[in-house]
Unconditional design. Sequence first.
Length: 453
Amino acid sequence: MFIPQGSSLSFAQMMGLAPSMRICTIPTTGLIPSRTLSTSMCSHFFLDGLHLPHSALQSRPYNPTCQGDSLPVGTAVSAAQTILKVTPKPPPGVSVDPLRNDGEDLMFLSKHIRRPMGSGHPVPDQGANYYTRSEGKHMRPLLVLLMSQATALAPRKHNPETDGSISVNDPPISLPAEAKYDFSCDDNILPSQRRLAEITELIHTATLCHDDVIDNALTRRANSSANLASGNKMAVLAGDFLLGRASVALARLRDPEAMELMAAVIADSAEGGFMQLRNTVEDESKPVFTDDALNYYLQKAYLKTASLISKSCRCAAVLGRSAPEIIEASYQYGRNLGLAFQLVDDVLDYTATEAELDKPAGANLELGLATAPLLFAWKSNPELGPLIGRKFREQGDVQRAYNIVYRSDGVEKARTLAQDYADKAIAAVSDFPDSEAKSCLIEMCKKAMRRRK
């Protein structure tokens, strides 16, 4: 499912599609002894933000993908583009709803995104399609399309030697098309960027399959989880199948940097999963609050949630041949929005009802997870330490921890930190040329802070 860190072959070499790529292995210090981050862009993580290494990846020329080799998910992404049709800029003080057409358009998106994950075999299809049955907002592919539009008007880096060297009418590399892209929808969104939106949703759905097995989840989006309905083995294989589909689509982008970015997302997700299985505290027998616990939480939140959002936003700018500063701004937007999104999600675990969440409230405590509200509460309530150390295993631990957090300022501090990240995301795109897509990106940050599910 994942490429071992010690493998002598790169992702592209294993697929036989590209020469060796540079893999950046960044050593970090933290709570896991002798661990490294095998990602292209993660470095050190601090409370005031996550920082990229100075040797950031350089932009490479864009190679458009083939018109005739679209995954069937392309139908869904083409449908999502109708949300992004250009309309006059709203008057000052009037917010733009990036999902203003979510009724009919997103029902169409959800309908068509179920078909494509298909393999032609009913067994993997059942597991793969399970997570697209509810009418979700498909936030991640939407962000890719919005970022593609917003960066289209920004400065670009042109390479006359390679620009236009590959036509959208070139023959497909593999897997004949089942659906075609509608290239007339929006000239500001390139074929490869539409493909990236597909890849992003495929990877996200695969992680849901795997996470529900690890968490022994009973529900997902108001439905029974796939592992409950089909069994753990089927859910794991469904996730693997989706990652395989995403890998094929990724290779067909024919852009080494894009491949490296999105392959790193898959590795990040697995590494974040390993971190979640470990205890937040280093000494489980005598846990004492330190900032390391919060740093550990933020690092895990980046790997499991923000990595996909940040690197897919960066990848959209890379595929659009954006200037280096625009590529970096796109990454910073996604990174900070992703962290804000996860922080709000963890706040809702304490403040929202089960009906609002479409899942059991307090689920993180039941899983033994110490999230931001609890960690902030721990700072002023040392009695939480023993509960965290034993992962709330003893009878009454979950309710006791919930009560302590509820009467503390932990929820408020976590929401304040989330707002700080949301503000940083907005600031990251503030210098983009004015457009409806830019306004929608800003509104997405505000929606993340207002959401109740």
